[in-house]
Design a binder for this molecule. Structure first.
Ligand SMILES: [Zn+2]
Length: 196
């Protein structure tokens, strides 16, 4: 899923848990950061199998397990929840394209709704239909009713939950938009390239 929706989920988890477990601002922030930070591994795609950042260790269950263990050792509930927010990101990413969930078997795992068996086996053929390879992935995502709906749904649930539980942190909402505009900007740029 795109980083803006991971962010929205992070705000939802942080707001609910802060309300019920009395977390401080640091814990609130930690949970949100844990929910989207692993997508910055895209800068290290060069080192990933197939140059796909989802194959890096950061998109496996390993970091979240470590965070949760540290949280248990220090008896720090905020960190444990942050670990689960991180884990949820990785698990959700198995729904669209899949991730290298267990890292060591080097296998992409997941329901992978956005790619069919035929597309996977003949990926080069499908990619060659586009001027830029990433158009294939970008268009599949934004043409998917399920993912489009979840993007919109999560945005409104985020607004609802934060106003209900932690309105004092309303300003974290502003950070959602740069993430959204990053993806939308790329989408329209690719559309223009493919049209030209
Ligand atoms: Zn991700």
């Amino acid at each position: 899923m795109h980083i803006n929706s991971h962010y929205a989920l992070g705000v939802i988890i942080a707001s609910i848990s802060t309300y019920y477990l009395d977390f401080i601002a640091l814990e609130y922030t930690l949970i949100i950061i844990a929910s989207f930070i692993c997508d910055f591994d895209v800068f290290f795609s060069l080192y990933a199998r197939d140059r796909n950042h989802r194959n890096l260790i950061t998109h496996s269950i390993i970091p979240s397990v470590i965070i949760i263990i540290i949280g248990v050792i220090f008896n720090w509930l905020g960190l444990i929840i942050a670990g689960f927010a991180y884990l949820l990101h990785v698990v959700i990413d198995t729904f669209d394209w899949g991730t290298n969930l267990f890292y060591f078997p080097k296998k992409t795992i997941g329901l992978r709704f956005l790619i069919s068996k035929d597309e996977e086996e003949n990926l080069d053929k499908y990619l060659s239909k586009y001027k830029v390879k990433s158009s294939f992935f970008d268009f599949k995502y934004y043409n998917s009713k399920i993912f489009l709906f979840s993007e919109i749904f999560l945005f409104f649930v985020m607004l609802f939950i934060i106003s209900l539980f932690t309105l004092e942190y309303y300003y974290v909402l502003f950070f959602y938009f740069p993430f959204l505009f990053f993806h939308l900007g790329r989408h329209y740029k690719l559309k223009n390239i493919e049209k030209s």
